[in-house]
Design a protein around this ligand. Structure first.
Ligand code: ADP
Length: 396
């Protein structure tokens, strides 16, 4: 008998879910959807396995606007679709596992206390990951829950790559170190690489997760050695609205000279910078590429050149590069960004196959020429599937 796995990815204003069935070797999706605009105008939408819209509802204006009600609504909807079958396990995406969690954990009162202790490290995200665990514990008390961490994959980074050059006590006592994020995406890519290219899977691979949030990681034998995000998800590459790598002195200047307070600086760095800040009108790569504005062009060039610099830096950290993998929204769909990056990495041994790069597909594919020293791939990521697999493995 097949089992059902529910995957929950909760943020501050939305809750995404995927329901998987596990009759095959790998879980397959039955439904996926989300509740958006949680505290403003909650909207529920869902798709079935064939990508058909099967729900698209705005909640009544007097409906409670919070995570608790949204989860109850979502669960009611799911229960009406699964015809008496029960959910075997729930997997949660949790942003921060700190130094405590380097693998998925079965939820216990101790684990919840452990997650609460990590709130200071991710105050904007961790509380929203914990709330659904509590609510579902109440709604489905007999269903085990598993936490899957975005930081866990990066705990294999050598200490050298986890440190900032602050006094050493800051990393030991305050936990101020480079944790890295997007770990579930990297873990998925590492899990499929052996079927695609054994040399890349066993060797030196740089993965570029380029989406609204973007980061890159250098893997040796499928294990993370270094990643571009650090203490928070602000570091490294510029993103839709986040600035990426910035001189810490800029923050001091904003405070001391421009008299901005912490909240204003947080808004500037997280919500008003990146592609949006440079272009002045959009955080969406598609808008920028369809625009004639010189600032849109500048934003697109800044993004690609940042990917190039980080790729070279990661390659140096892992002793070279056998393969480069593009994934996530921009990495999977934007042939122009891939082309710009690959052309600027020619000196390192990347030879792009332009025709292969231009093909649109949702399948993993090679986009470098046969004699390219560095093999280049586009591999669609699947964080939800990774969570479903981890949740199942944890209760097995
Ligand atoms: P998130 O980090 O929110 O999961 P995604 O991985 O979905 O983000 O990536 C969103 C980004 O992908 C947006 O900047 C969007 O413009 C970009 N994107 C999606 N499709 C295309 C496309 N065909 N061409 C260029 N960019 C694209």
């Amino acid at each position: 008998m097949s089992e059902l796995v529910l995957v929950i990815n909760a943020g501050s204003s939305s809750i995404k879910f995927s329901l998987f069935e596990t009759s095959a070797a790998d879980p397959i999706v039955l439904f996926k959807g989300q509740m958006e605009g949680l505290y403003v105008e909650p909207k529920f939408s869902a798709k079935d396995a064939a990508d058909n819209k099967v729900a698209n509802e705005t909640l009544p204006s007097d409906a409670p606007k919070n995570h608790d009600y949204a989860l109850r609504y979502m669960l009611n909807w799911l229960e009406s679709r699964i015809e008496g079958r029960s959910i075997a396990v729930i997997g949660h995406r949790v942003v921060h596992g700190g130094t405590t969690y380097s693998k998925p954990e079965l939820v216990t009162p101790e684990v919840i206390a452990g997650l609460e202790a990590l709130i200071p490290l991710a105050p904007l995200h961790e509380p929203h990951n914990i709330t659904p665990i509590r609510v579902l514990e109440e709604l489905l008390p007999n269903v085990p829950q598993v936490t899957c961490f975005d930081t866990a994959f990066h705990t294999t980074q050598p200490e050298l790559n986890q440190l900032f050059a602050l006094p050493y006590e800051f990393s030991q006592k305050e936990g101020i170190r480079r944790y890295g994020f997007h770990g579930l995406s990297y873990e998925y890519i590492a899990s499929v690489l052996p079927e695609i290219d054994t040399r890349a899977a066993e060797g030196r691979t740089v993965v570029a997760h380029l989406g609204n949030g973007s980061s890159m990681a250098g893997l040796l034998g499928g294990r993370c050695q270094l990643t571009t995000m650090g203490f928070t998800a602000l570091d490294g590459l510029p993103m839709g609205t986040r600035c990426g790598r910035i001189d810490a002195g800029v923050v001091l200047h904003l405070m001391n000279h421009l008299k901005m307070d912490a909240k204003q600086i947080e808004t500037l760095l997280y919500k008003e910078s990146g592609l949006l800040g440079l272009s002045g009108f959009s955080s969406d790569m598609r808008d920028l590429e369809n625009s004639d504005s010189p600032r849109a062009k500048l934003a697109v060039e800044y993004f690609a050149s940042s990917v190039v610099r980080e790729a070279a830096s990661l390659a140096a950290a892992i002793g070279g590069m056998d393969a480069l993998v593009f994934t996530a929204g921009i990495g999977e769909n934007d042939a122009n960004t891939r082309k710009a990056v690959c052309h600027q990495l020619r000196w390192l041994g990347v030879e792009l196959d332009e025709a292969a790069n231009a093909v649109r597909s949702s399948e993993p594919r090679r986009i470098s020429l046969a004699d390219s020293k560095i093999a280049v791939y586009v591999i669609p990521t699947n964080e939800e599937l990774m969570i479903a697999r981890q949740a199942l493995a944890c209760i097995a």
